[in-house]
Design a protein around this ligand. Sequence first.
Ligand SMILES: [Zn+2]
Ligand SMILES: [Zn+2]
Length: 295
Amino acid sequence: MKLTTAPSAVEPARDFPELLPHARPAVRLHPRRGTPGPRDSHIGGPVLWPAAEPWPECAGHKDVNGRAYTLPMAVVAQFTAADFPEIRFPEGTDLVQLLWCPDWHDQPPPDGWGQACRLFWRRAAEITDPPAEQPDPGEHGEDDDMIPRACVLHPERVTDYPGEEELPAGLGERFEAWLADRGLTDDLTTVPGYKLGGFLDWGTTGLPAALECGECRAPLELFLQCDTYEYYLGSWAPDSAPDRFRPLEERHLKTGDEAGDASREPVGMTVGRGSHAGLFVCSADPRHPASFFTQ
Ligand SMILES: [Zn+2]
Ligand SMILES: [Zn+2]
């Protein structure tokens, strides 16, 4: 299945060339519920895990009586180099897995994100004996909001632009004014939905004080955006123009239909308060501990 984003109302090269130097590639993942295999790229679902390696757990939780307990981490995503050559895999690796704690952690956890949210960089050919079963975090009655449903991916390469917070002073305001003069809304910057790369919309919190690696101080870059919705709620209003980000192939789907909801909220996670979040990695070495920011 191919899923396609419509063109933006703005064509930066023609309309607003000042934005061009700030463009960055991104991959809309277009997750849709399915049954991915352990060697596939996917959201949720089974990962290619070495049998000899213990399943990661998050410690540091306490029950109502103050007793400590651990939680098995939940699979968020797995990506292969074959599907996503744009990921900067550390030398000798071609598979990356993201697991996180299925229980909510305040931001940032006192001991950093290292424990609550982890990336595993691997070489797929070295894993010849994956276990048949993986822990099911859903069994533990934790908050389902943090456990993605298994989804297959339909990647689409797009060009992304930063929101006002990451543009040079004044440029975001000039772009907003240009849009307002023409009665347009911004459908160009900070592509919504699950994506690799590109830019996060920091409109809720503003930019963090320092968007840099806790280990080496190199700038952080957006690795994966998680989003409650693949496209905006407004696009379901009967008299509004279809959202650019609602795939062309799915515009016949109706709000409230099972298929329509599965297209708009395929992963079934409520990120932040129904918004989006970004997992950021170190631009110098993606094996340094990742950081997670919700909006
Ligand atoms: Zn935890
Ligand atoms: Zn670093």
